[in-house]
Design a protein around this ligand. Sequence first.
Ligand code: V47
Length: 387
Amino acid sequence: MPEFLSVAAVIRATKRQAMRSAVLQETPCAQTGRRLTRNEALELFATQDLLRLGQLADQAKRARWGNQAHFVINRQINPTNVCVLSCRFCDFATKRGRPNAYEMTIAQILDRLSPQLHEVHIVGGLHPDWRWDYYLEMFRAIKAQFPQIQIKAWTAVEIDYFSKKFRMSVEEILRQLQAVGLTALPGGGAEVFSERIRKALFPFKIGAPRWLEIHRIAHRLGIPTNATLLYGHRETHEERVDHMLKLRELQDQTQGFMSFIPLAYQPGRTRVVARQASAIEDLKTIAIARLLLDNVPHIKAYWVTMGEEIAAVSLHFGADDIDGTIGEERIMHAADAPSPVALTRERLVALIQEAGCIPVERDAVYHPLKTYAAANGHARCESSVSQ
Ligand code: V47
């Protein structure tokens, strides 16, 4: 690996800036087989040499995906915002009877789907009285009317809730969902694997051991899953790195994670933090995720939380995916996210092309469906006027 692209070089530069003397001797990377350590990841968070960090992560991304960047034609559905929990950081959840509370019928869910979609991403509040049959019927109805749509649904938090409420094991819950059409689990509900933050912001939600156990069970049943990290609130860089290391450890054992998605916290009206994490923090988090999570194939730059522009730049900082069209984003927009609630296929293609990458349309489990041309003058022109 050339010196100018080595992790050690970035860390040396950081240490020079910090007037410190210790120098890393080795270069952790795919070629040497040595993995990035916790301390090295923390030093990368401290670096002021953002472009070198980006180069390193980009090199790791290109080793797997070349110049490709993935996206999906999808729709998010949040069947209800009524939730038995009241997490401090959440602007989405509410209680029944409040003016903003809503509950969708299966017909309303079907109305929002169309044959063009490849993925429906379903998550919502932990509803106090919906019956198990409703959840099964929802999937049956979707598959009956739209057999080509893959269902990515219910976070580990919801699976845990169903298991307790309906008195079935996690395995039984997942098997029954699989039988009616579940393809994958999304990565939500992980927040940040820190007991300190859990006690402060979501004390009644499951913690790291249970979240990881549920994903382990899903992987054993052949259900691929994603993993998120909620960052930019009160967590430290140490807590971000420890979160990623816990995921890396499970992935070593199961290989069931498809994608890692850092979610930049949208402060909304919660007063948890005054403002959203900076673009620099976004790019560092994406890049370090690519380098640390060397066993997770996809790193997703979620345009809803980062904004379209930073998501596009992230494609040069280790990300290879920007999620999808989404259709109607509610969770982050309940917290006043400034991004649009949906993007068109054309806009996603143009964003990727303008970043100099090759757009690859995929399904929910990353099977490629269509590869688009790399940028040309026409695409650049389109991207600057669309929206
Ligand atoms: O678990 C809640 C987070 C998650 C806010 O798997 C917030 O492909 C930012 O998990 N600001 C749900 N984040 C969304 C999610 C997700 C999103 C996109 C793709 C995938 C995937 C999964 O959203 C929650 C929580 O961590 N969240 N409130 C907020 N104000």
